[in-house]
Design a protein around this ligand. Structure first.
Ligand code: ZN
Length: 160
C-alpha cells in the first residue's frame, strides 16, 4: 500500500539539527503513527513520504520554511511578573503555555527579571533546518473513526 491521503502511517524516525545533535527520536519507543494528508506532521516531511511504502527508508531535509518557521523577533515580549500566578515556578529555558489573543501559545522563558519576564513565542525549532531519518514501518487504511477525528488511533497514535 502506498502512502496517500487518508492512510495511517507508522514511522520510526530520528530528527537531528544542522549540528548533528539528536532533537527527537522514536528509538526505544513506539513508532509514530499519523494520518497522512491532514497536516498532523510538518509539511516538508509529509510531502516526501507521499507515495512511499512500508519498508522504505529515507532521509529528508526540511527547511525552516517547511518546518517550524523562521524566527520572528516580534514574538519576543516582556510580560509583568505579576501576571504569573506562580512566578516561583518559572525557569529560564523552561516552557509555558499562555492564553493570547490568538488562543493558546507556547512560550520559552528567556529571562526572569525583578518586574518582568522575557518570553519568546517562537517555536524552539524555528530557523532550524531539520534532518530526518525515517523508516516506514506500516501503512494501513484509516478507520472511519480516525478519518472523522482527523488523526491516527492505536499504538503511537492519538492517546484516546
Ligand atoms: Zn480520535
Amino acid at each position: 500500500m502506498k502512502i496517500t491521503k487518508d492512510v495511517v502511517v507508522s514511522i520510526a524516525y530520528t530528527l537531528k539539527g544542522d549540528d548533528g545533535v539528536v532533537i527527537d527520536t522514536s528509538e526505544g519507543g513506539e513508532p509514530l503513527s499519523y494520518l497522512h494528508g491532514h497536516a498532523n506532521i510538518i509539511d516538508g516531511l509529509e510531502t516526501e513520504l507521499e507515495g512511499k511504502t512500508a519498508g522504505d527508508k529515507l532521509k529528508v531535509t526540511v527547511s525552516p520554511e517547511d518546518g517550524y518557521g523562521t524566527r520572528d523577533d516580534e514574538l519576543v515580549d516582556l510580560v509583568p511578573i505579576s501576571n504569573f500566578a506562580e512566578p516561583e515556578e518559572l525557569e529560564v529555558g523552561g516552557q509555558i503555555v499562555a492564553e493570547t489573543d490568538e488562543g493558546q501559545m507556547m512560550f520559552t522563558v528567556l529571562e526572569i527579571g525583578k518586574d518582568n519576564v522575557k518570553l519568546d513565542g517562537n517555536h524552539p525549532l524555528a530557523d532550524q533546518t531539520l534532518h530526518f531519518e525515517v523508516e516506514i514501518k506500516e501503512v494501513r487504511a484509516a478507520t472511519a473513526e480516525e478519518l472523522e477525528h482527523g488523526h491516527a488511533h492505536g499504538a503511537g497514535g492519538h492517546p484516546h
